[in-house]
Design a protein around this ligand. Structure first.
Ligand SMILES: *Cc1c(COP(=O)(O)O)cnc(C)c1O
Length: 393
């Protein structure tokens, strides 16, 4: 009798292990903050997207607990059947008002937002995507019958060539991350908008790492560049700086109503638990009062980045709280990350194939919750490891 075994899965995992790409999740105890507990040790956390410390904020926790008391643990249904509670509706109204758009539609995560919003493109559409866009944009595009084109990262000449090649044959959509997650650079949105207007294209920007970070009160990259009314689809996450989980599309009311009818994660997957919707609502309201905290996030990030540069580290194209330290080959990058762990710092190494073979990096994310002492500690320990491993000479 033939036996079905999973040996073939194990073989593939062994191949990953040989290439230094095998990694299971680190299991943390306690909450998400600037210092986090791992195996009974407190480590300085430099890999979390909890930019403003909202994940543990007392007002947001209280809103979640109140919602559980009032509504229970789950919503019981998809949004289009019995799963839209008043708290879901209130959150969307708050988001539209916050973003200054006609409407907003919330999805279960940033990932499903891109899947839902992009998958509605059809054979009459062309989607032109920055080569470094997030995996969820790539997967969303894979679900469509639209024609696809890629432009080199932030290369406006190539983007223009793609638009010219199209020559108005199809409706063109330009998709970009607002802030790129591996390099921490900001998309050239004003140039993208200008090209879109010249060629009659639509602009789709994913502000996952810009929500709560860029723009006034963290309204995102459209606000940062003063491009209100000129970006057609703004995606935000509720999972990173907002501190909870979820994603949303902000834009025209007709776009919202279209997505309600067509976006499959919205139609076929249960809505957020009431506690999530309530926590997100409290977080957006808190954001409106949080400019000083956002200023602190940026001053922490700029201090950290310039001090690393002064020590001789290469932080690449970083201009946001995402500060990569470029190391090089995967094994060297892994060694650097391991040495940091010994020094009490958690900063994840990112290697091929996520980035090019010689562009391995330890990606640091600075938050508003880090104190001046935390940043000094981090720069000192990172510099010591840099010298010991020969990254700094
Ligand atoms: C993190 C991220 C997402 C996914 O958001 P989740 O809410 O975690 O699913 C989508 N797009 C970009 C650009 C991201 O960085």
């Amino acid at each position: 009798m033939p036996t079905s075994s999973f040996d073939y899965l194990n073989d593939e995992l062994e191949r990953l292990r040989d290439k230094g790409m095998y990694r299971l999740p680190t299991v943390w105890s306690g909450g998400s903050g600037p210092w986090m507990e791992l195996d009974g040790r407190l480590l300085l956390q430099l890999s979390s997207n909890n930019y403003l410390g909202f994940a543990g904020h007392p007002e947001i926790r209280a809103a979640a607990m109140e919602a559980i008391e009032r509504y229970g643990a789950g919503s019981g249904s998809v949004r289009t059947i019995a799963g839209t509670l008043d708290i879901h509706d209130e959150l969307e109204k708050e988001l539209a008002d916050f973003k200054g758009t006609e409407a907003a539609l919330v999805f279960q995560s940033g990932f499903t937002t891109n899947q839902g919003a992009l998958s509605v493109l059809g054979p009459d559409d062309l989607i032109i995507s920055d080569e470094l866009n997030h995996a969820s944009i790539i997967d969303g595009i894979r679900l469509t019958k639209a024609e696809r084109a890629i432009y080199a990262h932030a290369d406006m000449d190539q983007l223009e060539r793609r638009l010219k090649e199209n020559d108005g044959r199809k409706r063109a959509f330009i998709a970009t991350d607002g802030v790129f997650s591996m390099d921490g650079d900001i998309a050239p949105l004003p140039a993208i908008v200008e090209l879109a207007e010249r060629y009659g294209a639509y602009v789709y920007v994913d502000d996952a790492h810009a929500s709560g970070v860029l723009g006034r009160n963290g309204k995102g990259s459209t606000d940062h560049f003063g491009l209100h009314g000129r970006v057609h689809v703004q995606i935000g996450t509720l999972s990173k700086a907002v501190g909870v989980v979820g994603g949303y599309v902000a834009g025209a009311d007709v776009l919202k109503r279209y997505l309600i009818h067509k976006a499959r994660p919205f139609l076929f997957s249960t809505s957020h638990p009431p506690a999530v919707a309530a926590a997100c609502l409290a977080a957006i309201r808190l954001l409106r009062r949080s400019q000083p905290l956002i200023d602190k996030l940026w001053s922490n990030a700029n201090t950290f980045r310039s001090r690393l540069q002064k020590e001789g580290f290469d932080t690449g194209a970083s201009e946001t709280p995402i500060v990569p330290i470029l190391i090089g080959q995967p094994d060297k990058t892994a060694e650097f990350s391991r040495e940091l762990l010994n020094e009490g710092i958690y900063a994840q190494g990112i290697v091929y194939p996520t980035v090019a073979m010689d562009k391995g990096r330890v990606r640091c994310i600075v938050t508003a919750a880090h104190t001046p002492d935390d940043l000094t500690y981090a720069v000192e320990r990172i510099t010591a490891v840099g010298k010991r491993t020969g990254v700094l000479r």
